[in-house]
Ligand binder design. Structure first.
Ligand code: 3EB
Length: 297
């Protein structure tokens, strides 16, 4: 309700508020603590906080009629702000796009989003863009604004692909005329402890959705994909990770009524007491019911 900070010029934190319902528990506040004094700033519409090693940013944009244009503008500013502040190594991007599965002008909103995001990456990175895509997620949001927040480092991390999956930027055009531009995971540089950021991961093998209509099979396939990404990241990690090494686990569920069955099946696979945040969200493909992300420190 009220936060009062004494002895410093600014409240040293960004605040992001997401209206996606938390399933099965109370609303949750996730906090990221800086290692050193935190400096706040703003670049266009991007709110920033940095501690000398890590840059966090957040922004939102009304979608209006032109989702591609709104996404392009947001990403153009976002990429400029990371370079300007001296943190060009994007580690992780989170996107909450209201109506992500809605069809407008014959195409899903997610496709319009992908077109705007890809155009901004191309403009900023030029021909090296494919080597710069970082871990991301893009799920449905609430309200009428695209909400995006991110973490970036001084240096480029290691971007990881999943050998079981076609790289998202190589998906065939049946999933949209412009492909999504993200990596399956990003391992932060050693200055940030080589933390691993796992992208939103779903039941996709090759480029195809598997197990449409079968929730628990989608969950199992997603877990196999997560293990495959963790194995691919192992060379850049202090030690190989397993599913149970992931923290900040978030499970996006399209249908809130799926909570109890997913919770029972997933928590059997995790150590006792492992926290999982379940959020109601549309997944970017209409035939996907579940997507999972996490972080390994
Ligand atoms: C997929 O694998 C499922 O567009 O940024 C997962 C993670 C997905 C990130 C994105 C989309 C994104 O294609 C969807």
């Amino acid at each position: 309700m009220l936060a009062v900070l004494y002895g410093a010029a600014e409240v040293p934190a960004l605040a992001v508020s997401l209206a996606n319902p938390v399933l099965g528990s109370e609303p949750r506040l996730e906090t990221w603590q800086g290692e050193a004094p935190v400096v706040r700033s703003r670049s266009g519409s991007i709110e920033l906080a940095e501690d000398g090693t890590l840059l966090a940013g957040s922004t939102s944009r009304p979608l209006g009629q032109d989702v591609e244009g709104a996404t392009f503008d947001l990403y153009r500013e976002l990429l400029a702000s990371t370079a300007e502040r001296g943190y060009p190594g994007l580690l992780r991007l989170w996107n909450y796009l209201p109506g992500i599965n809605r069809i407008e002008a014959g195409e899903e909103l997610y496709w319009h989003f992908n077109a705007g995001r890809a155009r901004a990456f191309a403009g900023h990175y030029g021909s090296e863009m494919e080597r710069r895509y970082c871990a991301s997620s893009a799920v449905g949001g609430r309200g009428d604004e695209l909400v995006t927040y991110f973490l970036a480092a001084r240096e480029e991390g290691h971007h990881i692909e999943n050998p079981r999956q076609v790289s998202a930027w190589c998906y065939p055009p049946s999933y949209g005329p412009v492909s999504p531009t993200f990596a399956r995971a990003t391992v932060a540089p050693p200055a940030l402890g080589s933390a691993l950021f796992l992208s939103g991961t779903a039941s996709i093998v090759g480029h195809q959705t598997r197990h449409a209509g079968d929730l628990l099979a989608q969950l199992e396939e997603t877990l196999v994909n997560i293990e495959a990404v963790l194995a691919a990241a192992a060379p850049w990690r202090p030690r190989p990770d397993r599913l149970e090494d992931l923290d900040a686990l978030k499970v996006y569920l399209r249908h809130p009524e799926d909570l109890s069955v997913v919770q029972a099946a997933l928590e059997r696979r995790l150590p006792d007491g492992k926290e999982v945040l379940y959020l109601e969200a549309e997944i970017c493909r209409p035939d996907l019911a579940i997507e999972i992300e996490g972080i390994a420190l």
